[in-house]
Design a protein around this ligand. Sequence first.
Ligand code: SF4
Length: 465
Amino acid sequence: MNSPAVESAPRLSEAMLRRLDTPGPRYTSYPTADRFHTGFADADYAAALGRVAAGGDRPLSVYAHIPFCESLCYYCACNKVVTRHHDRAERYLDNLLREIDLHVATLGGRRAMSQLHFGGGTPTFLSDTELRRLVDALDGAFGRTEDIEASIEVDPRTVTTARLKTLRTLGFNRISFGVQDFDAQVQQAVHRIQPESQVRQLMVSARELGYQSINVDLIYGLPRQTGESFARTVAQVVDLRPDRIALYAYAHLPQRFKPQRRIHEADLPMPQERVTMLATAIDRFTAQGYDYVGMDHFALHDDSLAVAKREGRLHRNFQGYTTRPDCDLLGLGVSAIAKVGPTFGQNAKTLDEYYAAIEAGRFATQRGYSLDDDDRLRREVIMALMCQGRVEFDAIESRFGIDFAATFATELAELAALVEMDWVRIEPRAVQVTPLGWYFVRSVSSVFDAHLRRDQSRRAYSRMV
Ligand code: SF4
């Protein structure tokens, strides 16, 4: 039976697919993280936390970054430490616990976690005992709301059914498997071997264990991928039926990300082939009951994310789309980003710097950003577009005391070109993203990005879609 998603999925022309496959900001935050600066450091972060301490019992979101990985994936652009020495996790864990204590001391009162996410690196590099120690510390410090979304990124090579069971007993109810591609040649070319049968077994176990949501990450544009091979991977993923699928484009930036130097450029698919892969994935997912939620993400039509999108209740944070409203985010661990009130703070990116700060009793914040009034206004507009696909002038005007049409005259004039392309409709008192425009929602949103406007020499963002 066809779902409404099938009937409403727009056809994308090749020119549009090419446009999707180009770099651009992803707006997991506004301003984007490349605007953070070193003028904002640990004392500023502590002050920001102090200011929100009086925020009563509003729930918290907590992200913990576990940087260790046992082996190197050649496409990797993450902050990680490749090592087989599991004892290195001990000092790291000690410091995470100290960092939690620092937060409790500064935040005061008890604010429960409504979202918890372990990312990396490889969170499951930690042993079950170590994971339990971390989870216990977080529970002791903050506690959980009854409806917490607790998620963990899982490298299928590092877990067994028994480990999935442990994670479940630790209260994780969402799980994300890094798959990337099932083709053996591609897996060899990126140095990440994990047969489909292994992932299938783990997904079956995760379902039996009652995980509420299972996500699969895929990457297109990897070495040795072809349109045909990727179509096979897409078919296999559809057959596994995850609740959510994230489909990312590989961005080959070997000058910036050292592991990528091991990838032979000659093995990379040509732009036309990338477009074919993207088209195949979109067609296949939307024809098989997945809704395009926006920005790389697909979800089964009845998944809470797809429902939230239809009901205009989507939100966005550093992990992508979420059904939960915007809340203060604590970022724990090396390179983790926090969002507290109108400020962002990012921890030191090396273990040495992170340890030095935390062991000296200081936050490890090394860069960040305090939003000014214009940033806050634009953030509201951009997040409304990214999440609801609609910005109502009345809502923005009453909140910020501005005249929308006058303040954004330049932007509205620019949007006219996107109206021509059927990406947006400009209504008398609103801008509405069309079903087709959802695929280009970051291009639509970027019209309101003052930093990008000021800095037309675009930086090397991760590739679009
Ligand atoms: S892609 Fe993930 S698992 Fe692979 S090296 Fe990078 S962080 Fe580690």
